[in-house]
Write a protein that binds this ligand. Structure first.
Ligand code: 26Q
Length: 836
């Protein structure tokens, strides 16, 4: 940005503000001189060597990002040096997914450079907005689990923990979703097409990974070639993770796959060079693409190798760092804590054993003790079909040594179970690492539980069901290993960045300590009675709604009325999350209006967004249904201006940042017992939306914190769901509830599929004939009743504002800072290591 204040001589000296702020970042040999503008202009000109006339928003984005990176670089180096010198215990967060979203505005905010940026862009707001939009979302994750990992990184850096994230550098993130004729189409997300200014490749820190297979591209797809051993290289690509205040800058290290150089040239004659180079390309394909979350992809050999690749690279790297500072293997658990984000990196158990046995030369007992004390595991799902189980024969062919270790772990486990529960052979089979019915498979959750010292679920109810139902036998064997760590989200991105108006009002009321101590929000509770604060909250929402409506119109042409109630359900499309239940509610409201056009009903806009796994046909049909419903409602003059449904394509972190602050109502309506935690529920709550939801996941804890009077809970409990399974019949509801029947009849009469007759017959099958596995109909009337209560509350503006304030005030517990504090003290035994 050219600054209005730049004049002769000014470039020589940093402005006082800048100098002040930069002081803490200039902790290396380089000092910044000149203005922020000068730094930026230099990048703009020299990085791409372009004339200023040819500069577009993309070049501006890169220059801005590189300027920010310059500012943090020395502190980033110093952070690592400090951890090293202090010999601080390190925390490693291993995850196949990090759903980061954009980094520029977030890094500026966390570095507290925003005053400088605000000043610099004062006369160039539109240009700045355009530049920010140039950054692609880093969509290296499917949904909750990946975004949780990103929030955790933010909290660990803010809390000054010596922590590092390890993941994969997918060249293609989660697919881009476009909607054609109401159907989801998946398009590749080539997010690295342009150079990414945030990543730093470190080829000199590459690690070798030995595999019992090679790769080959055949017919355009990458295949695994069994029984041809190969060595792959993992190249680290580091990304800065800026803690709030910019004191500690941690690292997210993503591995890219490559073939070792020696492979290509040394032994190969000219004739084989071409095929050798083709092999190189194949090797690089391993980290090409993120797998969508979808149980059918469990058959993918490539995903199996990706998981091992993450584990092998990360363990080699962290062991190397550990060995640099310490010769004694026995201190590994005192120096290192490794958290496994679901079972995806559970091969860390046999891999760490392999390192300790074969490389360190330790005996089994000692290696096992160190492995267990170093590793900890987080579970994110109870759905049996989503629990990873890899074919034993894949281990046999690709990772024979690791399989040998797994079998020995299993043998010793069986011995232990027999000693503890003599004569209980059923229990031996149930706890075992190997599923024996059908083709033999390794139960990765069992491997993770047995090979670690801690297993946690992500909300109280989830952790309880995990212990009492899903892995009950193992919990009886090792009760002390099980615990709960209710999820949280970072208030920096999800409140301070996403909702500046509300954040400003909060700070004006209680100061800014809430930014790093969200429990401070409790101090807002009495302000529910303060008309001034209620108005401020109301005004913040009004602005967020208006700006969302403007953005929507500008980017898609869709017009929504900001005066209507914004009612949102945004998350992956899954049967258990029951977007279809929400659709049924809307069909019933629509039916009421058609029946009785004079009915008084507050105008509402329903927003849906979310992706379905490309192979998940029922979920894709739900998307089609919602889009057709939207079209029919739009075309019906009876309901125009009163009801509107919008399916927003391509849900991602950036869309969530816009929509959540603009939402009045948050739908969290999973079948009780199925949603492990949920995390968007928390983002809505801290932005003052009112939840209508079932007693599931962390929503239960949110209602307890906010008070039932500030929440709209409805439907069966997890216990009731389980107890009624055997006798539940959706037909009963069809027969006895006139609105339920009318809604279903309307759908199956092709009212919403006039030109696609029969399109929604599979819904009929799922909801009625096949028994309604997710009990939509059991909860439908309770949902409508809760909806009625919600509208009643909304009609009283003050009451609604009081509820919103109460929700914000009691959302403090759902900061990921609180979650990370619990992990650090109860699982990792890790302490902050402030960087001077
Ligand atoms: C597994 C094997 C092969 C390919 C893909 C996968 C795979 C990938 C991603 C399986 C699952 C996932 C993601 C799961 C997930 O996001 N779970 C959510 O985690 C959140 C954070 O704890 C919870 O809040 C949600 O309740 C849970 O659904």
């Amino acid at each position: 940005m050219g600054s209005a204040r730049t004049g002769p001589g000014r470039d020589e000296q940093a402005s006082p503000r800048l100098a002040e702020l930069l002081e803490q970042y200039e902790c290396g040999p380089i000092r910044f001189t000149g203005t922020a503008d000068a730094l930026y202009e230099r990048h703009l000109m020299f990085d791409n060597v372009v004339a200023s006339a040819a500069v577009g928003p993309r070049e501006r984005y890169e220059a801005a990002a590189r300027s920010v990176r310059d500012v943090l670089s020395q502190r980033w180096l110093r952070t690592e040096r400090t951890y090293d010198r202090r010999k601080a215990k390190r925390v490693y967060y291993l995850s196949m997914e990090f759903l980061l979203g954009r980094s520029l505005a977030d890094n500026i905010l966390n570095l507290r450079l925003d005053p400088i940026v605000q000043e610099a862009i004062r006369d160039h707001r539109a240009e700045w907005q355009a530049l920010v939009e140039e950054e692609p979302d880093a969509g290296l994750g499917n949904g909750g689990l990946g975004r949780l990992a990103a929030c955790f990184l933010d909290s660990m850096a803010t809390m000054q923990l010596p922590a590092m994230g390890y993941g994969l550098r997918y060249e293609y993130g989660i697919f881009r979703q476009v909607i054609e004729d109401g159907w989801q189409r998946a398009k590749p997300d080539n997010w690295l097409r342009r150079p990414d200014p945030w990543e730093v490749a470190r080829p000199h820190e590459a690690v070798d990974v030995r595999l019992g297979c090679s790769f080959e591209v055949r017919g355009g797809t990458l295949g695994v070639v069994m029984d041809r051993p190969s060595t792959l290289q993992g190249i680290p690509y580091d990304r800065p993770v800026v803690g709030y205040g910019g004191k500690n800058i941690n690292t997210l290290r993503l591995w890219g796959a490559a073939a070792p150089d020696a492979f290509d040239f040394a032994a190969f004659s000219a004739g084989e060079l071409v095929s050798a180079l083709a092999g190189r390309l194949s090797a690089e394909s391993l980290t090409r693409v993120l797998y969508p979350d979808d149980s059918t992809s469990m058959g993918q050999g490539l995903r199996f190798v990706q998981e091992y690749f993450l584990v092998a690279c990360s363990l080699a790297d962290l062991v190397r760092r550990f060995r640099r500072g310490n010769g004694d293997w026995r201190s590994l658990p005192d120096q290192v804590a490794i958290q496994l984000n679901d079972t995806h990196p559970a091969m860390a158990v046999p891999e760490l054993m392999r390192i300790l046995l074969d490389e360190a030369g330790l005996g089994w007992e000692e290696a096992w003790d160190l492995t267990r004390r170093t590793l900890a595991y987080t579970n994110h799902t109870l759905l049996p079909e989503a629990l990873e189980k890899w074919p034993l024969r894949w281990f046999e062919r690709l990772l024979p040594r690791q399989l040998e270790i797994i079998l020995e772990i299993d043998r010793r486990l069986a011995t232990e179970v027999r000693a503890r529960f003599p004569g209980d052979e059923g229990r031996v089979l149930r706890t075992g690492l190997i599923e024996t019915d059908g083709d033999r498979r390794i139960r990765m959750a069992h491997l993770a539980i047995v090979g670690s010292h801690s297993t946690n679920g992500v909300a109280a109810i989830h952790s309880e069901l995990l212990r009492k139902v899903t892995v009950r036998d193992l919990a009886e064997l090792y009760p002390e290993r099980f615990g709960n760590k209710t999820n949280g989200v970072t208030p920096r991105r999800w409140l301070l960045l996403a909702n500046p108006a509300l954040a400003g009002s909060i700070t004006a009321a209680i100061g800014d300590r809430w930014i790093t101590d969200l429990a401070e929000l409790e101090r807002l509770a009495p302000l529910a009675e303060d008309t001034g604060f209620r108005d401020a909250v109301h005004e913040a929402r009004r602005r967020a709604k208006a700006s969302f409506a403007d953005w929507l119109k500008a980017t898609s042409g869709v017009v929504v009325d900001p005066a209507s109630i914004f009612d949102s359900q945004v998350k992956r499309i899954h049967e258990y999350k029951r977007q279809l239940l929400n659709g049924l509610r809307i069909v019933i409201l629509y039916g009421r209006l058609r029946e009785n056009p004079d009915l008084e009903m507050a105008p509402r806009t329903f927003f849906f967004a979310g992706k379905a796994a490309p192979a998940y046909e029922p979920a894709k049909l739900v998307i089609k249904f919602l889009n057709n419903l939207a079209g029919t409602i739009d075309g019906d003059p009876c309901v125009r201006g009163r009801l509107k449904l919008v399916f927003l394509p391509e849900y991602n972190v950036s869309l969530a940042e816009r929509l959540i602050p603009a939402s009045d109502v948050s739908n969290q309506i999973s079948t009780a017992g199925y949603e492990a935690s949920g995390t968007s529920n928390m983002k809505f709550m801290m932005n003052g939306a009112i939840t209508i939801g079932t007693r599931d996941g962390a929503t239960i804890e949110m209602a307890a914190a906010a008070g039932d009077e500030n929440f709209f809970l409805f439907g069966l409990t997890a216990q009731q769901v389980a107890d009624s399974r055997s006798w539940y019949s959706p037909w009963w509801h069809y027969a006895h509830e006139p609105e339920t029947r009318a809604a279903l009849d309307l759908i199956f009469s092709d009212h919403f599929s006039r030109y696609e007759p029969g399109a929604f017959l599979p819904l009929r099958h799922a909801l009625l004939e096949a028994g309604d596995r997710y009990m939509h109909l059991a909860d439908l009337s309770a949902y409508l009743d809760a909806d009625r209560r919600l509208l009643e509350a909304h009609a009283d503006r003050d009451r609604w504002a009081r509820m919103a304030v109460a929700n914000i005030a009691h959302s403090g517990r759902f900061s990921s800072d609180r979650t990370i504090a619990e992990y650090a003290s109860e699982i990792w035994q890790a302490s902050p290591c402030p960087v001077p």
